[in-house]
Design a protein around this ligand. Sequence first.
Ligand SMILES: O=C(O)C(=O)C[C@H](O)[C@H](O)CO
Ligand SMILES: [Mg+2]
Length: 403
Amino acid sequence: MPKIVAARLIVTSPGRNFVTLKIECDDGTSGVGDATLNGRELAVASYLQEHVIPCLIGREAHRIEDIWQYLYKGAYWRRGPVTMTAIAAVDMALWDIKGKIARLPVYQLLGGAAREGCMVYCHANGATIEDTIATAIRHRDEGYRAIRLQCGVPGLASTYGVAKAGQRYEPADADLPSESVWSTEKYLRIVPQLFAAAREALGWDVHLLHDVHHRLTPIEAARLGKDLEPYRPFWIEDATPAEDQEAFRLIRQHTTTPLAVGEVFNSVWDAKHLIENRLIDYIRATVVHAGGLTHLRQIASLADLYQVRTGCHGATDLSPVTMAAALHFGLSIPNFGIQEHMPHTEETDAVFPHHYWFEDGMMHPGDAPGLGVDIDEGLAESYPYRRAYLPVNRLEDGTLWSW
Ligand SMILES: O=C(O)C(=O)C[C@H](O)[C@H](O)CO
Ligand SMILES: [Mg+2]
């Protein structure tokens, strides 16, 4: 049985920060795991370096479940984004190692392909409705079958999901948190207009999605859901902050627009009430922030009992290692719904050579043994870490609000 002899962290910033864990075994096999927590990268790196790596040395790499339980129960302090991201990195690297030793892609170890590929959604954003729709048309022509629409809000200088003129959208945009101003009233006027224009321009054969990004109260979210019903959105996401889980019952009572929640969740316990009470339709927990493949499978299994499907988070702050793991996961589970796909920059793709591919609106993890993604450590070294924060958000009167 291969034993873990070394584990090290690679922190790199090819345009944005990524933390990667590489585990090495005495038979020469190695595996990689993503440990990136946007804006809090070094907290996870330090947790791994100081508290996890010393416990890994000498353990049998094949005992994934036991190592998971050891790191979770053995820490005494459970859950939380830093802990669960660190455990996820170890878990991904161990599945990668197991696949390489078995000479099988990870999805085969998880039960094999349950579908031909994973339907993905991309992002269309623009300062105006017209700009957003022009981008959506381009993405549809590239083959995407599902597109998330976000547009600027007249009267607000910036909003979540919309890039500055001529730039790619990247939320961690400054050395210290930048501040944006938010108006629910202005926002609720524009989004139904965006969806009406999108159906007019794109027709009905493409799925349309929208991310509220935690900014509405339950009754405002209910109104948005109702207003969007005529345009049949695939989902609205994070309609209200999910700490207040009963709030989703109120939203549900008013609208049939499907609800997606959970990109900030890190444990099945965060999702249990929402799932068991049928308060959501899609669970967005991800491999990297929810304890790796081992724990995300548990979340998906619970969700499957209640006909809740997965819609894993896949923004650019999740590295190509997570993207690969998400595709192995999505291909193999019974209740896959959709996977977010926000392509990485060329610099990031070069640092993380990978085998996954996109065709005709679907992605596939490829058939390389393990996760099918690696890290070019020499190239990674040429992009040193740069501190970067997510913005904060305030109402027009200065009240701090959810970003
Ligand atoms: O991709 C999404 O749906 C997001 O909401 C992206 C998040 O803002 C981003 O990952 C935060 O780091
Ligand atoms: Mg989101």
